[in-house]
Design a protein around this ligand. Sequence first.
Ligand code: SF4
Ligand code: SF4
Ligand code: SF4
Length: 292
Amino acid sequence: MSELRDTARRLLDEGAVQVVIGWEAGRRGARPVFVTDAAGCDRLIFDARCVHDLAVFLNPRRSQVAALGRAAVVVKGCDAKAVAGLLREAQLTRDQVVLIGVRCGGVAAGPEGPEPPALTADTAAARCHGCDVREPAGVDLLVGEPRPEPPVTASLDERVAALDALSPADRLAFWTAELSRCTQCYACRQACPLCYCERCVVEKTEPQWIETSSHARGNFAWHLTRAQHLAGRCVGCGECERACPVGIPLGLINRKLQQVVYELYGYTVSDDPTVPAPIGAYAVDDTQEFIR
Ligand code: SF4
Ligand code: SF4
Ligand code: SF4
């Protein structure tokens, strides 16, 4: 913790950045904090409560954050992947941000309390299962000691496989029931670091592509659109599902799309921004199945 706080203090003292975006302890777990002076650096923490993907604050939709000046952002490995996505898609330039990477031992699925939880198979976040980026890549500064691997949790792959094993009718029934609870509040979109369109397709009214009242037809249209727009881009940070007030298992949709993109293009979301994603790269031997 002291290494993280000292690093942040030095960056602010030297004028390298005007704000450090990290986590602080709150009554109900960790929460994002914006530190703008050296004295505030003692508020910074990093432990299993620090679930938020702070890359969302580098999203160009957050102009009020950009107005604070050059930022240093504390990132776990999975958050660094989201930053790489913004760099890959030219929503950010590398000199705009200082990345302070933290070595990670996993985070809790939540909700969290005032103390760091002990991670067990039941309390660790699904996204941490088999994580291979616990030491973030592409960061400017790396802090913290190596941490033990998070415990094995019920993997998203197993849950997706269980859904795949259902008949199409049963799978449709499952998603119809789940999506019927969606209120189209768009908290999932707001929490996503890679959802950055200045004007989301659901807000376009002439023509209106998606019905925005909360009923089956509009809800399906919204979720099919959201999933497709994030295919090959979603980093699996789980923030959309965590933000959903009605508990829709969006991670299952995201994971399924990751599997499909891998099957079609051999692509897994990379933390290297120079590796092109299928959505932005075209090759003559691309599969044409989608236009059959
Ligand atoms: S996915 Fe990896 S880097 Fe992200 S919180 Fe879990 S263990 Fe840490
Ligand atoms: S769709 Fe969800 S899991 Fe994927 S990057 Fe966005 S917030 Fe994270
Ligand atoms: S956060 Fe949940 S309820 Fe709100 S739009 Fe997204 S899926 Fe629907």
